[in-house]
Design a binder for this molecule. Structure first.
Ligand code: FAD
Ligand code: DLZ
Ligand code: SF4
Length: 509
C-alpha cells in the first residue's frame, strides 16, 4: 500500500483538520516541522514563535495519543533542513512515502511552495472557515463592489447565529450605533487569564531566546495559552467576564489597560485551537442566558462571521499578489519609532510599546494609531504589511494582509472597503486617554506644538483629492477644507511637509 505523508503546519492544530480526515492512521505518517524558514520569512515577534512551537509540540503529543505516527522535526534536530518542503522530502525518503496530503495553507507563499514540490501534494480545502472559497467566489461573482455588511448578513442567514424566523434577533442586523464609546480606567475591570509556562513552553522559551535574539519584541513574560484546554479557558473567561462590555468598549484605548474588554482569542482561532463556530455559539449562549447584551454579542459575532471570513475570502479570491498592491503610491520607509525608537507622539509610543511587550494590540490601536499614521504619512504599505505580519501574535497573511493593505492603507484601491480610514488627532483624543501625556497638543491645528495627525490628515486628503473628492462619504471633509482661509491651508500643508522631512531624515518626531 502506498504510504503517504500528512502535513500539519503550525497554524493547523485542529484534530478534525481536512488533511487528517482524509488520512489513515494505520498507514500514513504525520509530518510536523519546526523550521527556521517559517520563523524568519518575516522577523516574527518572539512570543509568536514560542506560541507556535509550544502549541505544535503539545498537538503532536495529542496526535500520538490518538494513535497517529508523527514524524516531528524539532528545531535543534541536526538533520533538520529548516524548510517545510525540505522536511517533507526528508521524511518521504525516510518512510518511503510517495505522496503528501495537506490542508491548504493560509498563505500563497506556502500554497505555491507545495504546488512546486517534486512529490504530488493534494491540498484539501481548509474547511475550518464558515465560508468556503467557492461560496465566497459565488457571493463575489458579478458584484461591482464588495461590502462586508452584505456579506455578513448572508453569513448570519447561513449560520443562523442571532436569527429568529429568518429575521435578525432584535430587529436590526447591526448594533454598532450603540457601541464606539470612550472608556475610563477601571481598576476592577476583569483581567484576561495568564497561563504560566509549563515544562514544554519553558523549554521552547529558552530555544526562542537563543535562536531569535534579534527579533523585535519581548519574549518574557509569556502569558499565552498553548493547548486546546487553555484556549477553552480563555473563551470561558471572555464570555463570563468581558463580552458584556465588548460593544461599549470596542473602540476605546487606555494607557493603562491594553486589552480592555477584548477577547484575546485571535491567536487560538488562527492556529486552530478554537473554531469560529464554537466561539460564536458560546457568545450567543451568553446572550440567551442574559449574561451579555445584544449590542455586545452582535458586535462580537460580526467580527468573526463577518470580518474574519470576509477578509479571508478576499485574500483567497484575489490570488497571490494581494499584498503587493499600492494604489495610493505610498513609498515612505517605516520610521524607527515602529521598532521602538523614541517618539514624542504618545499614542504611537503606547501602541508600539504594548506591541513590543505583549505581541498584542487591539483592533483600534492597529487601525487608528499605527495604521492611521502609516496612511496619512504615506508609509509604504508593503513595509507596514511586513511589520504587522511580524509583530502580532495572531498574524497570518490571509488575515493580516487584507486588514493592512486593504482596510488600513487603502492600498487595494477599495476592494475591501469603500473609503480610507483617514482621521485627525481628534479621533484619537475622543477614543483614548493618550493625548493627556503627549508633548503635542491635539487641539492645535498648526505650529510646532500641533498634533502631527492634524496637518498630516489634510495633507493626505489634498494629495489624493482627485481620487477621493467624488466619494460621497468624503465630500464633507473636502468642503471643510475649502472653507478654510488660504493662510491656514498653506500653514497646514507646510507643517505636514516639514514634519515628514524631519521624519525622513531620521529625526525624532
Ligand atoms: P476582539 O476585539 O476580541 O475580536 C474578536 C475576534 O474577531 C478576533 O479574535 C478576531 O478573530 C475577529 N476579528 C476582529 N476584527 C477582525 C478583522 N478586522 N479581521 C479579521 N478578524 C477580526 N487579526 C488577526 O487575527 N490577525 C492579524 O494579523 C491581524 N492584523 C491586523 C492588521 C491591521 C492593520 C488591522 C487594522 C487589523 C488586524 N487584525 C488582525 C484584526 C483585529 O485587529 C484582530 O483580529 C484583533 O485585534 C484580535 O484581538 P482580539 O482577539 O482581542 O479581538
Ligand atoms: C508562523 C510559524 C512559525 C513561526 N514557525 C512555524 C514552524 O516552525 N513550523 C510550521 O509548520 N509553521 C510555523 N509557522 C506557521 C506558518 O508560517 C503558517 O502555517 C503559514 O504562514 C501559513 O499560514
Ligand atoms: Fe497622538 Fe496627537 Fe494625541 Fe499626541 S496629541 S497622543 S500625537 S493624537
Amino acid at each position: 500500500m502506498v504510504k503517504r505523508l500528512v502535513l500539519i503546519l503550525g497554524d493547523q492544530l485542529t484534530p478534525a483538520l481536512s488533511a487528517l480526515r482524509a488520512a489513515d492512521p494505520a498507514r500514513d505518517v504525520v509530518v510536523m516541522a519546526e523550521v527556521r524558514a517559517e520563523g524568519t520569512y518575516v522577523p516574527h515577534h518572539p512570543q509568536k514563535i514560542a506560541l507556535i512551537l509550544s502549541a505544535m509540540r503539545h498537538f503532536a503529543a495529542q496526535l500520538r495519543e490518538a494513535g497517529w505516527h508523527v514524524a516531528y522535526s524539532r528545531f535543534d534536530d541536526p538533520d533538520n533542513s529548516h524548510t517545510i518542503a525540505g522536511e517533507l522530502l526528508r521524511r518521504a525518503a525516510e518512510h518511503g512515502a510517495t505522496e503528501v496530503l495537506a490542508t491548504r495553507p493560509g498563505e500563497w507563499r506556502l500554497i505555491t511552495a507545495l504546488d512546486d514540490m517534486p512529490l504530488p501534494v493534494t491540498q484539501q480545502p481548509d474547511d475550518r472557515f464558515l465560508c468556503s472559497d467557492s461560496e465566497f467566489a459565488a457571493w463575489a461573482e458579478g458584484r461591482k463592489q464588495f461590502r462586508m455588511e452584505w456579506f455578513y448578513r448572508e453569513m448570519r442567514r447561513k449560520t443562523g447565529f442571532l436569527m429568529q424566523d429568518g429575521q435578525p434577533v432584535g430587529g436590526k442586523w447591526n448594533y454598532d450605533h450603540d457601541n464606539r464609546k470612550a472608556a475610563k480606567p477601571d481598576l476592577f475591570r476583569p483581567r484576561p487569564p495568564r497561563f504560566d509556562p509549563d515544562a514544554t513552553t519553558a523549554e521552547v522559551l529558552d530555544l526562542v531566546a537563543a535562536e531569535f535574539p534579534d527579533h523585535f519584541g519581548r519574549l518574557r513574560p509569556f502569558r499565552w495559552g498553548v493547548t486546546r484546554a487553555n484556549a477553552l479557558e480563555a473563551l470561558d473567561w471572555f464570555t463570563q467576564n468581558a463580552l458584556q462590555h465588548f460593544g461599549d468598549e470596542q473602540d476605546a484605548m487606555l494607557v493603562d489597560d491594553p486589552t480592555l474588554s477584548h477577547s484575546l482569542l485571535s491567536p487560538y482561532l488562527n492556529i486552530g485551537l478554537l473554531s469560529a463556530h464554537e466561539v460564536c455559539a458560546a457568545a450567543e449562549a451568553a446572550y440567551h442566558a442574559g449574561k451579555a447584551p445584544l449590542n455586545a454579542v452582535e458586535g462580537f459575532i460580526r467580527q468573526i462571521i463577518g470580518w474574519r471570513e470576509y477578509v479571508r475570502g478576499i485574500y483567497m479570491l484575489h490570488g497571490p499578489g494581494y499584498a503587493d498592491q499600492n494604489a495610493l503610491g505610498a513609498d515612505r520607509a517605516l520610521p524607527a519609532l515602529y521598532w521602538g525608537a523614541k517618539t514624542d507622539m504618545a499614542c504611537l509610543s503606547h501602541a508600539v510599546a504594548q506591541t513590543r511587550d505583549l505581541a498584542y494590540a487591539h483592533h483600534i490601536q492597529r487601525l487608528m494609531v499605527t495604521g492611521l499614521f502609516g496612511l496619512i504619512a504615506g508609509l509604504s504599505p508593503q513595509a507596514l504589511h511586513e511589520w504587522y505580519l511580524s509583530v502580532y501574535i495572531d498574524a497570518f497573511e490571509w488575515v493580516e494582509a487584507p486588514n493592512t493593505i486593504g482596510m488600513s492603507q487603502f492600498a487595494d484601491g477599495g476592494i475591501l472597503g469603500s473609503k480610507p480610514y483617514a482621521a485627525s488627532g481628534a479621533y484619537i483624543h475622543r477614543m483614548s486617554d493618550y493625548c493627556g501625556d503627549c508633548r503635542y497638543k491635539v487641539a492645535l491645528k498648526t505650529g510646532p506644538d500641533a498634533c502631527p495627525f492634524n496637518p498630516l490628515y489634510w495633507h493626505f486628503l489634498m494629495k489624493h483629492r482627485d481620487r477621493f473628492a467624488s466619494n460621497p462619504r468624503m465630500a464633507q471633509m473636502y468642503r471643510t477644507w475649502d472653507k478654510m482661509d488660504d493662510v491656514r491651508q498653506q500653514a497646514t500643508l507646510s507643517d505636514a511637509e516639514a514634519f515628514l522631512r524631519r521624519m525622513d531624515t531620521g529625526k525624532m518626531v
